[in-house]
Ligand binder design. Sequence first.
Ligand code: GLA
Length: 386
Amino acid sequence: MKKNILLVAGLLAGAMLTACESKKAENTQTNDTLKIEQSVFGKVSDSTNATLYTLKNQAGTEVKISDFGGTIVSWTAADKNGKFEDITLGCDSLAGYQKGVPYFGALIGRFGNRIANGQFQLDGTTYTLAKNNGPNALHGGLKGFDKVLWTATPIDGDEPALKLTYTAKDGEEGYPGNLSVEVIYTLTKDNSLKIDYKATTDKATVINLTNHAYFNLKGGFNSDILDHEVTLNADKFLPVSKTLIPTGELKAVAGTPFDFTKSTKIGSRINDTSDEQIKFGGGYDHCWVLADSSKNLKLAASVLEPTSGRFLEVFTTEPAIQFYTGNFLDGTIVGKGGAVYKHRYGLCLETQHYPNSPNQASFPSTVLKPGETYQTTTVYKFSVKK
Ligand code: GLA
């Protein structure tokens, strides 16, 4: 209680300071350090607020992240004329996220993507999860890492960072083991947002962490992403069942609408429903197996929005990437600045292990044991192609 009162007092002071500090910051900042600003984002409970942290670099990029869900709330990128615009879907306030938006910008865990029938076995025990997506478990459960309050530590510097920690309890959302998670977002000088994930457990568990940012590189949130040109460094993908569970097959993309080995407009084949997989996904909602299966940081995907020239590259240490084209967006969500998020107004590039790995012995393991450290890195890098 006392701690909460102190926290509220601290946040209020922080909120009051923000206005003064931004002024002060202009005078005192060093050549390359822009202080991380904090503001109250909304109430998580009567005594606890969520905070919004603003990370800026000298190039003019600004990323706002909340400790609620570790959510990237906004993210600006320059177009070919140097105009900065927000390129990630989201809500203006915490209340929007609390209403239950489809994971806009959030950290996803303990297990990103689907687990068939909300069940898996580990060391002879059957674990049962909430079926929150048809017959399956999706994105960590009813209250996954996207809906919890993380503990945040801002780290000022010429490459400002936000460290977020969260400990998921043994049995939380049905998963075994107390899992200590640390995620560090770093905004680099070259306009990358680097996400370092780390976790340890006290009991064998399964883990698949990712971020669920929705991008629309055109800016303005008033058009779909079908003209965006995508490259995926993957010559195989995972076909799925009707409920989007991988069949177990690794299928060659060659000759299918899933071939993004060369830069291709998303819209050119997305409605090719003669392909059963396009039909099942309602467009693209599949996991691509990266050609480089090593744990090195490698280029997994790139996206060009030709009118703005904004160019996004995604690097990861993960073996796969879920490419989702916002097929479930249907215009019922009103987001930032009153923007209506219609069908396919955003795309996600979720770096990860394969979906349903806990039930597919042939897939790379997602088991984390006591004494081991889960460690992955993903980098989203923005630049411009003229
Ligand atoms: C993931 C899934 C999609 C959908 C979105 C959220 O990307 O693969 O099917 O559930 O999350 O709407």
